[in-house]
Design a protein around this ligand. Sequence first.
Ligand code: C2E
Ligand code: CA
Ligand code: CA
Length: 510
Amino acid sequence: MPLKAITRNRRRRNAVTLISGLLPVLLGAAILYMQAGRALKHDTKQTAEEGVRQFDLMLDNTAQAAHELLPLAGQSCSDVKLALREQVTRRPFVRSTNLVWDNNLYCSSLFGDYQEKVNPGDYTQGALWLMNGNPVTPNTALLVYRLSEDKKGALTTLDGYHLSNVLRLIGRKTLLLLQVGPGWMSTDGKVHTGTAPILPVAQSRLTSGRYAFAVQAGFPKGETWRYMSSEYPPLFSLLIFFGVIAGSIGHFVQKRASAPTQEMQRALEAAEFIPYFQPVVHGDSKSWSGAEVLMRWNHPKEGLVRPDLFIPFAEHSGLIVPMTRSLMKQTAALLGPQSARFSKPFHIGLNITASHCRDLELVRDCREFLAAFEPDSIHLVLELTERELIEPTAITLQLFEQLRELGVKIAIDDFGTGHSSLGYLRQFNVDFLKIDQSFVAMIGIDTLSSHILDSIIELAVKLDLALVAEGVETHEQSDYLSAHQVNFLQGYLFGKPMPAAEFISALSDH
Ligand code: C2E
Ligand code: CA
Ligand code: CA
């Protein structure tokens, strides 16, 4: 069991260390991830804005050519051919110009006289058509601008080369698309039909306020991590540094917290907790009526350690239960063989705490303890301190019922320092009250304390409870208590707590 418990503890400690180390790293990484997302979004928004600005400027140029040519529509092609070509040479983005009459393209800057039907439905909002090429240059994309008024019409085209150039130059690391109605163009200059693909990271879409097109900017999948790994290495090192610090703090805090418990677990396995025995005497004859078992820690380096220094830790960690069990086993082994020499019944007092009362295991421990002595040679007295009252739950009432059936007696320790009620004393069938040593010490010194002592004695008489006075050090105290019918006395005057061998050898003298 101990080995399993130790590995379980170590595993839990490692887990807590790992969590306290990882937490700042993960939290920091999440914040950096969000920050990177914001930076990328800002980037794509700016790129989209710049794209719209550039395409607006290029379309302005193309639209101006159309505006200048529109009044000429209807005139014979041979008369306006030169004007058409002049616009192409004068304007940097215009690739060709055409005139339309009644939805018939009849004159072109490229071919002069020409015949082709114009379908206004091909043009988004009647004005823009992004196409993959025309009969002259089938594989070079172009954007056609249409201007019309009554039967007059002018078509000017913008070379796809300029469009893809802008997409490439502005986009750089960003993916940038130009969408005109059902057609869209990517950086490779190809025109596709259908809806443009969603750009996985930080997509921004912006529609021009002046022409019928939109621009879409974004990044490929995994860009956020790529961005972080190229921009944030110093911050990552800082995070790892914080993680190591937090992990180490977590590790040391746990180590410190578990140190006393571990040390006591080790001591328990090494059987370093041993019983000392302090005699309890009859109030009248002063002969030994029994003993209280008091725990000592026989520490390999510190020597004999007093219980008030380690019992609180033992209670806190729950180790008090196996420690008491060990104390009971040792006491049974040491005193059991002495049964014949006891003045019967010999009282053996054992201190127990509330944590013993959470289940019925104490009954088994007491039964084993009693079995080590000659029948009816002892009374086992369990001492419960008044400062830590036990709650009357179904399980505790059952426990005390079974203990009573075994013949085990109950004493309230340090009586007068807590606040047990009469109901409490009855509920747990208390047999003894142990008057706290602070009241005994005040005998002949402080009248108020003496009054309290007198009322405790009176109460015990009324309730028919036996009384034990603790901490009797002087003859004056002893005489006072005996005169007031206190049944049992315990204190340095009659004997200090002593090791088993000394107690056993002194037994016959008393
Ligand atoms: P306690 O149960 O009230 O035990 C009586 C304490 O008074 C003992 O201290 C004893 O040595 C001391 N004492 C006895 N006579 C005199 C006296 O004439 N004058 C003075 N000044 N002191 C006297 P100890 O052994 O140091 O134990 C202290 C406390 O530790 C105990 O108080 C008890 O609450 C706890 N303890 C001791 N052993 C155990 C144990 O096995 N289990 C548990 N749960 N608690 C224990
Ligand atoms: Ca006690
Ligand atoms: Ca006490």
